[in-house]
Design a protein around this ligand. Structure first.
Ligand code: 2DT
Length: 213
């Protein structure tokens, strides 16, 4: 690109309930972009590989107990500890397809009854996504896609509360795209591809990185 612009990758986020199909859509989008020679990689949160991530993983698998505020801050810390690397990857031109981020962090904790503004506060200053695809599915349908695992939060009653919080977080700033997750895998993927390409193009043309606020 022109020296006047800093060409960068796009931050594309997929959010949704468990079983909404986020992970397969991330993988398909990666294959699509890679085919088109667009540098891209998948990131996911929580990143269970770090020290903080191991504490989160132990909590999720019920091997340890933490109070709601503490686990909330650990999830946020797990994003903060990757912030610098995320910025460097984006600035190097790589598009990041991210499986869950701050909105999962806020929705899951607010669903437990924590104050919404308190939940949002530790996210402020993180890098914000350029596009958010919310894979919308009625919690009952998601639950019907097979048995939930053993992890914490994998209960229909709680997933319903989380869905409400997600819907509350969406806004019309142009970054949020609600995708009907009951459509076929290919149709959903085509929709995500069509909406992602112009965003990636804009970022390559030098659109500034966004901050969570
Ligand atoms: P996975 O099953 O996708 O690994 O998610 N969660 C996730 C939070 O409560 N806060 C967060 O900040 C994030 C990123 C969602 C594990 C569970 O952790 C929840 C499901």
């Amino acid at each position: 690109g022109s020296a006047a612009f800093s060409s960068r990758g796009a931050f594309i986020l997929l959010e949704g309930l468990d079983r909404s199909g986020k992970t397969s859509q991330c993988e398909r989008l990666l294959a699509f972009l890679t085919d088109r020679q667009i540098p891209a990689e998948i990131w996911r949160y929580p990143d269970r590989r770090t020290t903080v991530g191991k504490m989160i993983s132990s909590y999720l698998s019920k091997k340890s107990e933490l109070d709601d505020a503490t686990i909330h801050l650990l999830f946020a810390a797990n994003r903060w500890e990757k912030r610098e690397e995320m910025e460097a990857r984006l600035r190097s031109g790589c598009t990041l397809i991210v499986d869950r981020y701050s909105f999962s962090g806020i929705a899951f904790s607010a669903a437990k009854g924590l104050d919404l503004d308190w939940c949002k506060a530790p996210e402020v200053g993180l890098i914000a996504p350029d596009a958010i695809f919310y894979l919308q599915i009625p919690p009952e349908i998601a639950a019907g896609r097979g048995q939930y695992g053993e992890e914490r939060y994998e209960r229909l009653s709680f997933q319903k509360l989380v869905a409400k919080q997600f819907e509350n977080l969406m806004n019309d700033d142009g970054r949020w795209h609600v995708i009907d997750a009951q459509k076929g895998i290919d149709e959903i993927q085509r929709h995500i591809q069509e909406l992602s390409l112009p965003v990636i193009e804009r970022c390559h043309q030098g659109a500034p990185l966004l901050d969570m606020r």
